[in-house]
Design a protein around this ligand. Structure first.
Ligand SMILES: [Zn+2]
Length: 368
């Protein structure tokens, strides 16, 4: 339904000369840490949680002044929000971007700004940064249960990129690049670059997501700047400017589909034009459609939260990914529940007869 409205809106816009207002762009601002988790602590009285909250609130104020931006905060006060909950807030609000704001720390006087996207292209240095930010889970209730899939102390057990984050990686990197450009090009701070690492908070979201390490609280100059009203204002100004220019970039892309326009994806994948990697040998097969992406991903379990087998199909310019291969509908139901348990909550059962997509109702009849 949503995509229909969108096309209707487009048609209207063209006929009345863009008189309609543009869709609202939702930004989730995530001030790291909070409450009993101070984040990095320097000189016993300077807490990362306070600095990043001030910056996040200022960023929000600037963005709220834009007519077509809606700001959602994961926290506006000094409270601890679970990493899971932060992502859930962004997902529930169907945000267009998720921006987590932090301060860095090191035992040396190293300085500079770095911005992270979730990714496997991590090195030891990035791992240490992610580990520090992830360690908050130990303060959460039931952390063992909630974060069983993560071993945050092992660089070998890298946190895999979720299929949704993989889908938005290009956009996340673009946003991260713009942030770095603002913080280093405009603010003239040391550029530590766009990096990848396994941040749990970025693993929870279903939209382009970044984590900004604004500066080092352990560097004497940077700490002074970070804790000053002027410094916080400048960081906020430039982070807000980066989000606004990212919004222009992403909305200017002709192929832009909101991260939450799942109706667009499923309607596009209803009539497959060309099949690849079809393991189906016999005539009738059920598969669980778990995802679709403009990018080709290797159809391997590590790209799909360990689900296997995965098959891919090209539908126009979109790659559609399926999990499993069942002969009977009742087995497909088991596959579906597996996929949902792994976080593919929008997954659904599809059916093929002689390699062609058919309705599930028709497949059930053929089964008998
Ligand atoms: Zn932090």
């Amino acid at each position: 339904m949503k995509i229909l409205h969108y096309f209707l809106f487009l048609a209207l816009s063209f006929s009345v000369g863009y008189a309609q207002k543009t869709p609202v762009f939702k930004v989730v601002l995530d001030a790291g840490h909070g409450g009993k988790d101070p984040g990095k602590v320097v000189n016993k009285n300077i807490y990362e949680k306070d600095v990043v909250l001030k910056i996040a609130l200022l960023v929000g104020k600037k963005l709220e002044a834009q007519p077509d931006i809606k700001v959602i905060y994961t926290r506006k006060t000094d409270v601890l929000i679970d990493l899971y909950e932060r992502g859930a807030i962004a997902n529930k609000n169907k945000a267009d971007v998720f921006v987590s704001i932090h301060c860095n720390a090191h035992e040396t006087q190293v300085e500079g700004a770095e911005t992270y996207v979730l990714g496997l292209n991590a090195n030891e240095q990035n791992f240490e940064v992610a580990k520090a930010e992830n360690s908050v889970i130990y303060m959460e209730d039931n952390y063992k249960k909630k974060y069983a899939q993560y071993n945050i102390n092992s660089p070998e057990s890298l946190i895999g990129v979720s299929i949704m984050q993989e889908e938005f990686l290009e956009q996340s990197i673009q946003l991260a690049k713009i942030v770095q450009k603002q913080l280093t090009g405009v603010m003239n701070r040391t550029n530590r670059g766009v990096r990848q690492a396994g941040f749990i908070v970025l693993h929870q979201t279903y939209m382009p997501s970044i984590l900004i390490e604004t500066a080092f609280l352990t560097n004497n100059e940077e700490r002074k700047f970070l804790t000053s009203a002027k410094g916080q204002e400048e960081f906020a100004e430039n982070i807000a400017a980066a989000i606004i220019s990212y919004k222009k970039w992403v909305q200017g892309k002709s192929s832009y589909v909101s991260p939450y326009d799942t109706s667009a994806r499923s309607s596009r994948s209803r009539t497959p034009q060309h099949s690849t990697n079809h393991p189906s040998q016999s005539d009738l097969t059920y598969k669980v459609q778990i995802s679709s992406s403009p990018k080709r991903l290797e159809a391997k379990g590590f790209n799909f939260k360990g689900l296997s087998p995965i098959s891919a199909e090209k539908d126009g310019s979109i790659f559609v990914y399926y999990y499993g291969n069942a002969k009977r509908h009742k087995d497909a139901l088991t596959l579906l529940s597996n996929a949902k348990k792994k976080g593919y909550t929008d997954a659904y059962i599809t059916a093929f007869y002689q390699g062609r997509r058919i309705t599930v109702e028709r497949a059930k009849k053929l089964e008998k």
